[in-house]
Write a protein that binds this ligand. Structure first.
Ligand SMILES: NC(=O)c1ccc[n+]([C@@H]2O[C@H](COP(=O)([O-])OP(=O)(O)OC[C@H]3O[C@@H](n4cnc5c(N)ncnc54)[C@H](OP(=O)(O)O)[C@@H]3O)[C@@H](O)[C@H]2O)c1
Length: 312
């Protein structure tokens, strides 16, 4: 199969498109013929060697943690999913290839493109996990820091669906996007506590940090670390803030069927900022590293009779 792969850690240039061995569905897994795979910040962090402590990869690695496509193998013990079903979900062993194995999945809504469905899993699970950890309920006010990113957009919508009022920090050019998702935007620059106090005179009940910056200001806004959760500032634990990485029993993949239903009804959406052919995976990683895409970035795998998609 055609796969995006790297054999050494480094910049986007280490990515190459190669012929790789096809994976096969194990127990509890399905294999999909990938139509689109999303690029997440985690992919380029791993590719850079950030988590490797100076070692090189033990074996060639296919990046990517999520994809959407058509089921073509069903592993032992899987009920309710058949060959030919259109699904999206969490991949193991890499998603940026013609075939990927999924460990958690849900039906792809017919109303949603494969490109949009490819990016639904990671950010929706992350946002739902954070809202559960924060215990956000109807009537409360939540601040989402880094609201225009993938996780931010998911968190705004899932918090609004809980009946919470939401304020989101974002660059000014993303403020219309934040408003379109039912939240009130503000910028990142200094003076954040005063701006947030003006927008929420009743106070902020909980803070979700998806940007990894401005910790002092976030703690001031929340009145302490008790109801602050971060996904992007690993040092914040020293200040008593809950740092979540999704390990153990924190994971919230049970949210996927609900996400599928919401997306089907048009009540939940994620902006696809850019779609690249698989051959341009390095460009896709560069855009992700810029932290300025303003939505999901996806790699599209050509199907028979289908031409490469336009970017945008
Ligand atoms: N721990 C976990 O379980 C977990 C799970 C998923 C993601 N993450 C991490 O969470 C972070 C967000 O993920 P994502 O998928 O939402 O990323 P993304 O889609 O690339 O979004 C990046 C966000 O960063 C903002 N940003 C860029 N420069 C900034 C700056 N100087 N100060 C503050 N914000 C800035 C951008 O906002 P503007 O465009 O408006 O500037 C954008 O909202 C990443 O670090 C990712 O690795 C962690």
């Amino acid at each position: 199969m055609r796969a995006v792969q790297y054999s050494r850690y480094g910049g986007p240039e280490v990515l190459e498109v190669v012929e790789a061995a096809e994976p096969h569905a194990g127990a509890g897994q399905v294999r999909i013929r990938v139509r689109a795979a999303a690029v997440n910040p985690y992919d380029h962090k791993v590719r850079s060697g950030m988590f490797a402590g100076g070692a090189e990869p033990a074996r060639p690695t296919i990046p990517g943690a999520e994809a959407a496509g058509v089921v073509d193998e069903v592993g032992d013990g899987v009920a309710g999913t058949r060959v030919g079903d259109h699904v999206f979900g969490l991949a193991t062993g890499g998603a940026s290839a013609e075939f990927a194995l999924l460990t958690h999945w849900a039906p792809k809504p017919g109303t949603v493109s494969f490109e949009e469905a490819a990016g639904l899993t990671v950010v929706s699970e992350t946002a739902e996990r954070c809202l559960r950890l924060l215990g956000v309920v109807a009537g409360e006010t939540l601040l989402v820091h880094g609201a225009a990113g993938g996780v931010g957009q998911a968190a705004l919508q899932l918090a609004r669906l809980r009946g919470a009022r939401v304020i989101g920090t974002a660059s000014a050019h993303n403020h219309d996007l934040i408003r379109s998702l039912g939240a009130t935007p503000t910028t990142y620059e200094g003076g954040l506590p005063a701006r947030v106090a003006a927008l929420a005179p009743q106070g902020v009940d909980a803070v979700l940090d998806a940007a990894g910056t401005s910790l002092d200001e976030l703690l001031e806004i929340a009145g302490g670390p008790g109801r602050v959760v971060t996904i992007a500032n690993y040092a914040a634990g020293d200040r008593g803030v809950r740092v979540t990485t999704g390990g153990g029993d924190e994971a919230a993949f049970d949210v996927l069927p609900w996400i599928s239903d919401l997306a089907c009804r048009g009540e939940y959406r994620l902006r696809v900022a850019a779609a690249f052919p698989a051959e341009e995976a390095a460009e896709a990683h560069r855009l992700s590293e810029s932290r300025s895409a303003g939505g999901k970035i996806v790699l599209v795998f050509d199907q028979p009779g289908r031409t490469s998609p336009a970017r945008g």
